[in-house]
Design a protein around this ligand. Structure first.
Ligand code: TYD
Length: 213
């Protein structure tokens, strides 16, 4: 497929939403069409699934149900939005993708790695990002940031959960060093964006307004 597909990952409160906003803003300067997405969500069906997944009232949701709902939301997003956008040669940037499922449902929940990998292949319809950036931050700092305005169902799982997710992301970066890059997410948003821009330039050939060139 022609376009570039970049995904941003990290534990809750790592600051990736601020970074994707900055990336989207910077990419507007280029000629390429930019499609900015977040998971779960991004289509009417996927947004309905998102509501189910994040609702703290759904405390009885079992791990298998959770895994399959994330995959269902993703499959719809891939078929309805991501594949057509990449075929049009757009740059697709997505706040979370299948590496979140690896980190949260395998690392966090403890579902078997091979099972999660297989489900990820189905849910992504085989569409793999060109570059994935993991924003790495101390889970104690990140969780207190994330839950300032109240915790959703996943954030309510606590510190140990976030620590296991972080370990899974770092493991993934070791398994797939070409695609998955770790960026230190400590410091100011400007400092983090400068590090992010370096990786974008180096791995995806995306140069942003004087940064990272
Ligand atoms: P969201 O409010 O979008 O969190 P964030 O701003 O941190 O991305 O909520 C998404 C939550 O869903 C977040 O806690 C991570 C979790 N998640 C999974 O557990 N598995 C997945 O496959 C995805 C995409 C997200």
């Amino acid at each position: 497929m022609a376009g570039t597909f970049i995904t941003l990952e990290g534990i809750d409160g790592c600051g990736k939403s601020t970074q994707i906003e900055r990336l989207a803003e910077a990419l507007k300067m280029s000629d390429a069409e930019v499609v900015w997405l977040r998971e779960p969500g991004g289509t009417p069906i996927s947004e309905k699934i998102r509501t189910l997944l994040l609702d703290p009232d759904n405390s009885e949701m079992c791990d298998e149900c959770e895994l399959l709902l994330y995959e269902a939301s993703r499959a719809q997003l891939v078929r309805e939005v991501i594949e057509p956008a990449l075929a049009r040669d757009a740059t697709v940037i997505c706040d979370r993708y299948f590496d979140s499922t690896y980190a949260y449902q395998h690392g966090g929940r403890g579902l078997q790695e091979q099972l999660v990998d297989t489900c990820n292949k189905l849910g992504s319809c085989g569409v793999v990002p060109s570059l994935t950036v993991v924003f790495d931050l101390d889970p104690t700092v990140a969780l207190s940031r994330a839950t300032t305005g109240g915790a959703d169902r996943l954030e309510g799982e606590g510190l140990g959960f976030q620590q296991r997710i972080r370990a899974a992301y770092l493991h993934l970066a070791e398994l797939e060093p070409k695609r998955v890059r770790v960026v230190d997410a400590s410091g100011s948003p400007d400092e983090v964006f400068a590090r992010f821009a370096m990786v974008l330039a180096e791995v995806a050939g995306v140069t942003i307004g004087g940064l990272g060139a």
